[in-house]
Design a binder for this molecule. Structure first.
Ligand SMILES: [Cu+2]
Length: 463
């Protein structure tokens, strides 16, 4: 984190882009110091040293915004501004965010807190903030034009309300929303319960992150803001596997993971090796009698979900979106299926024109992870996360739950790869093999194993 002085020095670097919206030092007098973060690391939880006590969350590859107490009011200062987000080592995106990063910092408060948030707009256009899921006065809800005037470039507005109900929330612009969210403007908000709550358990680890998606063409830096569906960068907190940190737990820890979805499609979030319960939704904690076990929970657009489980089983367990296209990185979708197509002859001819051209996809896309093909500048290759036994062949919305017996309490650092005990891993069978009997019967008919029936459309051509 950097001081206000560093903030102003750093802000100078982007002044050229936002000259029209630069904020004078005088106008910031009396505001809480804007704390800026640009490291992509997962920051240690921010232990509260003023206000009501609570057990802080850990924001995956992110951080929590410090506050100041002013006559019993918790004051925060968000700065909406252009940022550079390292989505993975070697791949930087030019986004819009808050306080140096996209997503913006997590805001943590306690049920019943009076909250005052100063929002300074250093974007080249107007903005506003909607406090997604909160109970608050209508004029604080942040829909530009409906609840307030949009915050002009260069101006600071103040939002103030009581954090009425405990739970998992988000914040995002409600002005030129499509562009500003496509550029990465969003953040997490957690309201902790004030006292012991019948439907909210204490947990040992409390992780949170947002699902977000971008359309960044290979070789470029700025997301295409007009995209509706065909995104190519699927992220947890604007980080792409293998650039995402693991979720670390000590054996038998009670773990909570909070997920918010600000993409334009749903994401079935899937955990291996454990079953969990959804303990909270957008509307608050789920009554205990209404919970049921899952290993995958769908997080629809605009929704928040809290899952909880006991980290009972040692290992490195995959945790990912189950839409397989969302566990890739930058890829084109208009690519023909080449499975089973032998195009070696064609490649020889193409190579005389384009020497770098390679055969891809005729055995499957694992080729993509195995070979290092020439890439444009500032692009993350597809599916290149390596594990202890080779390529994981995953990217995008993928990380691991790492459960260890000896992880120190409060230590969220990566413990490295799990050492599987002898005799507990899948292994090659070297004994005798029986041919499947169906192949013999098929061979006797003289017919190929797979038949393709081509059915040509008839009639109804007027549709
Ligand atoms: Cu997904």
């Amino acid at each position: 984190m950097v001081s206000r002085r560093d903030f102003f020095m750093g802000a100078g670097a982007i002044t050229a882009a936002v000259a029209a919206s630069s904020v004078s030092r005088v106008s910031l007098a009396g505001l809480p110091e804007p704390v800026i973060q640009s490291s992509p690391e997962t920051m240690a939880p921010l232990e509260p040293n003023t206000g009501r006590p609570y057990k802080p969350v850990v924001t995956l590859n992110g951080w929590t915004l410090p506050w100041r107490m002013n006559n019993g009011v918790k004051e925060f200062h968000l700065v909406a501004e252009p940022v550079v987000r390292e989505m993975a080592p070697g791949f930087n995106a030019h986004l819009w965010g808050y306080n140096g990063q996209s997503p913006g910092p997590t805001i943590e408060v306690v049920e019943g807190d009076r909250v005052r948030i100063f929002v300074t707009n250093k974007l080249p256009e107007h903005t506003s903030i909607h406090w997604h899921g909160q109970r608050l006065p209508n004029g604080m809800d942040g829909v530009a034009g409906l609840n307030q005037r949009a915050i002009p470039a260069g101006k600071t507005y103040v939002y103030e309300f009581e954090a009425k109900r405990p739970g998992t929330f988000m914040y995002h612009p409600h002005a030129d929303e499509m562009v500003q969210m496509a550029m990465g403007m969003m953040g997490f908000w957690v309201t902790h319960p004030r006292d012991a709550h019948p439907n909210i358990d204490e947990v040992d680890r409390d992780y949170c992150f947002l699902l977000n998606a971008y359309d960044v063409e290979p070789g470029s830096y700025t997301p295409k803001i007009m995209e509706m569906l065909d995104f190519n960068i699927w992220t947890f907190n604007s980080r792409v596997f293998p650039g995402i940190d693991p979720l670390v737990a000590r054996k038998d820890d009670k773990v909570r993971i909070r997920v918010g979805n600000l993409t334009m499609t749903n994401h079935p979030i899937h955990l291996h090796g454990h079953e969990f319960e959804v303990t909270g939704t957008d509307g608050g904690p789920v009554p205990r009698g209404a919970r049921w076990p899952e290993v995958t929970t769908d997080v629809a657009v605009g929704q928040m979900r809290q899952i909880e489980f006991i980290a009972s089983d040692l290992g490195d367990w995959a945790f990912h979106c189950h839409k397989s296209h969302h566990t890739m990185n930058a890829m084109g979708h208009d690519v023909p299926t080449m499975l089973g197509v032998d195009h070696r002859k064609v490649v020889t001819q193409i190579n005389s024109l384009i020497p770098d051209y390679m055969v891809m996809g005729e055995r499957g896309m694992a080729d993509m992870a195995e070979m290092q093909m020439p890439l444009p500048e500032n692009t993350i290759p597809m599916m290149t996360g390596d594990g202890p036994f080779g390529s994981v062949e995953m990217g995008g919305m993928f990380t691991m739950l790492k459960v260890r017996a000896d992880q120190p309490a409060g230590d969220y650092s990566d413990p490295g790869w799990y050492q599987q005990p002898e005799g507990t891993q899948a292994f090659e069978w070297t004994g005798p093999l029986q041919e499947p009997s169906r192949f013999k019967s098929e061979a006797s008919t003289g017919k190929p194993a797979v038949e393709v029936q081509v059915r040509k459309p008839t009639g109804h051509s007027g549709h």
